[in-house]
Design a protein around this ligand. Structure first.
Ligand code: PSU
Ligand code: MN
Length: 307
């Protein structure tokens, strides 16, 4: 780890510190996904399952969150359990970090906050479910996730299944272009739509192996470019949510959010919860499959980076 960047304000576990120093494979995992994105008790199962999956690959998981005000890279199983079960846990994006720290809050970190903390600790790969992006109606609501602007200045690889179809995918892809964030499809030229393997939009580049991703990462670093690389990993077609059904559910989710005056950081959790209920949990199973696939691919990429 580059010591110039270490901060006493951030706790990096001894295990993560050692693995990074020795150049071993480490994958960062976010915590908003289990504090605000998934219902209990499935959330804890998924969070711990992701860690087990990585350990099974010989990769060290670094689950990231804020525990009692301490931004932590490498939460313990006890801490993950407390955050997953606890009621008073904030959704913490990058701007919330100093407030959560000063007020000793518990927080589930978003992609933005997680990427920031992972990079601080020298972790190069981060697996998540779906990224935040531009919400529908953003032209007037200004609701764009800070995930995008943060990833523009955070040199890390983020493995995701695209952005959720709850978002304006076209606008989000335009913003990635503006922000100098490359999007690379994994074994596909179609940008995945999280619940579905094809969002209807194309990506310019696709790669076929973790080694190619590692090569892109090294080239980015050699060029001293500070933006993240997005690796878009689609859910298998036979595991996706039936695309024809999704459109109707999304329309109902947006209408319901509008009716309830949902805005700001509450929007994404509200929409996800609505979709889970409207599909009797079927979307949840897809959500979990998608996440598992990204965690496992992240493990392969982190391993490739050690070669
Ligand atoms: N996508 C998911 N589940 C989630 C999120 C996104 O499949 O839980 C979370 C991520 O943590 C992401 C955040 O960083 O939502 C984006 O929230 P916002 O749109 O408020 O920036
Ligand atoms: Mn938002």
């Amino acid at each position: 780890m580059s010591s110039a960047r270490t901060s006493a304000a951030i706790h990096v576990s001894a295990e993560v510190t050692a693995a990074v120093a020795e150049g071993r494979a480490v994958v960062a995992l976010e915590s908003t996904i289990f504090t605000h994105g998934l219902p209990r008790p499935r959330n804890l199962e998924v969070a711990l399952g992701a860690e087990e999956c990585l350990r099974g690959q010989g990769v060290l998981p670094a689950t990231i969150g804020v525990f009692a005000g301490v931004p932590t890279v490498g939460l313990s199983v006890e801490q993950i359990t407390a955050l997953a079960n606890g009621g008073a846990v904030k959704k913490v994006s990058l701007r919330d970090l100093p407030v959560a720290a000063a007020l000793h809050l518990h927080g589930g970190t978003t992609v933005a906050a997680t990427a920031f903390l992972a990079h601080h600790a020298g972790v190069k790969v981060f697996s998540t479910g779906g990224l935040g992006g531009v919400h529908h109606g953003a032209a007037t609501s200004f609701d764009e996730s800070a995930d995008m602007t943060t990833l523009a200045t955070t040199p890390i690889i983020v493995v995701s299944a695209g952005v959720k179809s709850i978002l304006d995918v076209a606008a989000t892809l335009e913003r990635f272009e503006t922000l100098n964030i490359p999007v690379v499809g994994y074994k596909t030229n179609k940008y995945p739509g999280f619940y579905v393997s094809d969002s209807g939009f194309e990506v310019e580049y696709s790669v076929n192996s973790p080694d190619e991703v590692a090569a892109i990462c090294r080239a980015r670093d050699d060029l001293h470019i500070a933006s993240a690389i997005l690796l878009a990993n689609p859910v298998a077609e036979d595991k996706q949510f039936p695309p024809a059904e999704l459109d109707d559910i999304l329309a109902r989710a947006w209408a319901e959010a509008e009716k309830n005056g949902i805005s700001g950081k509450a929007t994404t959790p509200f929409l996800l919860d609505f979709i889970q209920k409207a599909t009797n949990g079927r979307s949840l199973n897809v959500n979990v499959d998608v996440y598992r696939g990204n965690v496992s691919l992240g493990g392969e990429v982190a391993t490739a980076l050690t070669r």
